[in-house]
Design a protein around this ligand. Structure first.
Ligand SMILES: NC(=O)c1ccc[n+]([C@@H]2O[C@H](COP(=O)([O-])OP(=O)(O)OC[C@H]3O[C@@H](n4cnc5c(N)ncnc54)[C@H](O)[C@@H]3O)[C@@H](O)[C@H]2O)c1
Length: 284
């Protein structure tokens, strides 16, 4: 059985990822500075800003496990504003450098990591270049949190250049949601401005977990980044009407239908076989 280390496995997205990988035959080690409410075992408490701890965690921790085959790096302060920017930079950048460098030392050449929709230019005070947004234009970070996500994507280019066998998959997740979050969704339609900051998108945690597994299992080497969102918006207003009302001057790269997301998941569908099967509409 292949073993994956999941950093941040106790977090909102991480819990769904750990569960999904175990269900699909992966042996999973949770590396986090706090235990999981799910009680997943093995768990090792770790501060990834300490390089020594990251190296140990990706090689061997006593009799708990001996080596891992793949790394899923999710640990981070997960949004702008939760802590002062310098603290976000320090924690997220250092942790990511440490896990990528430790993985290199440990000979792990299969990595999936959490990037973010924010690199697409959220909250879009400067409108995006076109709709639906995709991976084809350069990152536009508008916060320190997003700057770190952008720097991580750049850093990974060099890790891949240093190790041509490395496969590194960056997932630009939309806003992570669980079914219990869906009760408030119908109210979003009353005020489109409430969720305009990410083009009315979201990602069901279970489909986020699916994308992680597909990233681990994809063929090939080198870096790829993918926008990962649920297939629909949070709105009941059709997507074409939202575009007409809020972005009448933007180029529409292709027609949009129904409630389709404006965060294009076309690349993930094409290269990962990502086929999300959860929508808030089934829960309210
Ligand atoms: N939540 C979202 O809407 C969202 C959207 C896009 C991207 N992301 C990204 O997805 C990932 C997971 O987000 P989440 O919502 O599950 O966040 P979360 O806060 O629920 O979980 C993150 C976990 O990382 C751990 N962690 C943070 N720094 C650590 C460190 N230095 N050492 C060890 N553990 C550490 C925390 O203890 C926590 O359990 C993050 O990288 C985040 O930036 C989240």
């Amino acid at each position: 059985m292949a073993r994956a280390a999941v950093t941040g496995g106790s977090g909102k997205l991480g819990r769904a990822v750990v569960r999904h990988l175990v269900e699909h035959g992966w042996d999973v080690v949770n590396l986090d500075r706090r235990p999981s409410p799910d009680g997943h075992d093995p768990y090792s408490q770790i501060d990834l800003t300490d390089y020594g701890q990251a190296v140990e965690a990706l090689t061997r921790i006593d009799d708990r496990y001996d080596g891992v085959d793949a790394l899923v790096h999710l640990a981070a302060i997960p949004a702008p504003g939760l802590q002062p920017n310098s603290a976000v930079f320090r924690n997220n950048m250092l942790a990511s450098y440490n896990v990528f460098a430790a993985a290199r030392l440990a000979g792990i050449d299969n990595i999936v990591w959490a990037s973010s929709e924010t690199v697409l230019g959220l909250p879009f005070e400067t409108p995006p270049p076109y709709l639906p947004v995709d991976e084809e234009y350069a990152p536009r970070p508008e916060s320190t949190y997003s700057l770190v996500k952008t720097m991580e994507e750049t850093m990974v280019d060099q890790f891949c250049r240093w190790n041509p066998d490395l496969k590194a998959t960056g997932l630009r997740f939309s806003n992570v949601m669980y079914p219990e979050d869906y009760a408030k969704f119908p109210s979003f339609n009353d005020d489109p401005a409430l969720r305009q900051w990410n083009l009315w998108s979201y990602i069901d945690a279970r489909d986020g977990a699916l994308a992680v597994r597909l990233g681990l299992e994809r063929e090939g080497t080198g870096k790829e980044v993918f926008v990962i969102a649920s297939p629909d918006t949070v709105m009941t207003t059709p997507t074409a009407d939202l575009v007409a009302a809020h972005y009448p001057d933007l180029e529409l790269k292709r027609p949009v239908s129904g409630h389709e997301t404006l965060l294009s998941i076309d690349k993930a569908r094409r290269l990962l076989g990502y086929d999300p099967n959860h929508t808030w509409r089934d829960h309210v």
